[in-house]
Design a protein around this ligand. Structure first.
Ligand code: DC
Length: 204
């Protein structure tokens, strides 16, 4: 069941695509790859003084398993290294082979439906207003004890959106044929239910 079935989920920061991806993967028994972690791991190495391209080319799966990748500073660094085409190229094969694994896979990121996996069986674009996304990220960070103000978080979300959407290579945009889910006024359960319905329709 689900052999090679791939689901591409793209969208801006804090739109809920991580939550939706995890829930969908659990529901259908698919493997899940949060591709933002690849860029975050490279960004973290750059903050530690390493060259971005070298960091991307030598990335190991252990590098992805690190709670410190979830900070705003690493998110910004990730968005900056993500404009470098050699960085994106170095991360391509890993993502493509993950997408085609037997048993099905969900990948979430910015360019999954457009570049990594244009032939995905299902493409979703999960989005929400910048204010709603900043509010969610602010609550998440506060719960972790990170004391950035809502205004700082909103400015961060907007600057990352601009960089991710305006870059030359693999800019963030809905893929052709993507189903858009705007989570601004949806609960997590409602967003997950919409995603499951779309995938279910493509599986029969
Ligand atoms: O999804 P995230 O917030 O963890 O992603 C961090 C940054 O990584 C994001 O601002 C842009 C970059 N990224 C990308 O360019 N392509 C992807 N497929 C995933 C993330």
């Amino acid at each position: 069941m689900g052999d090679g079935f791939s689901v591409a989920i793209d969208g801006p920061a804090a739109a809920g695509k991580g939550t939706v991806s995890k829930a969908v993967a659990a529901h259908f028994g698919f493997a899940h790859l949060d591709t933002g972690l690849l860029y975050r791991a490279v960004g973290a190495k750059v903050l530690a003084g390493m060259d971005a391209i070298e960091a991307a080319q030598s990335l190991m799966s252990d590098d992805l398993d690190d709670d410190s990748l979830r900070t705003p500073a690493v998110a910004q660094a990730a968005s900056k290294v993500a404009v470098i085409s050699e960085v994106r190229a170095a991360l391509l094969d890993f993502q493509r082979s993950f997408a085609t694994r037997a048993g099905g896979a969900v990948l979430d990121g910015r360019d999954i439906g457009t570049v990594i996996c244009p032939e995905a069986a299902v493409k979703l674009f999960v989005t929400a207003s910048a204010e709603v996304r900043a509010q969610r990220r602010f609550a998440e960070l506060s719960a972790k004890g990170i004391t950035d103000s809502y205004e700082t978080v909103l400015a961060d979300v907007k600057s990352r959106d601009a960089r991710d959407m305006e870059r030359v290579e693999a800019p963030l945009r809905p893929a052709d044929g993507a189903v858009v889910i705007d989570t601004s006024d949806l609960s997590i359960e409602q967003a997950v239910a919409q995603a499951i319905t779309v995938i279910q329709e493509k599986r029969v």
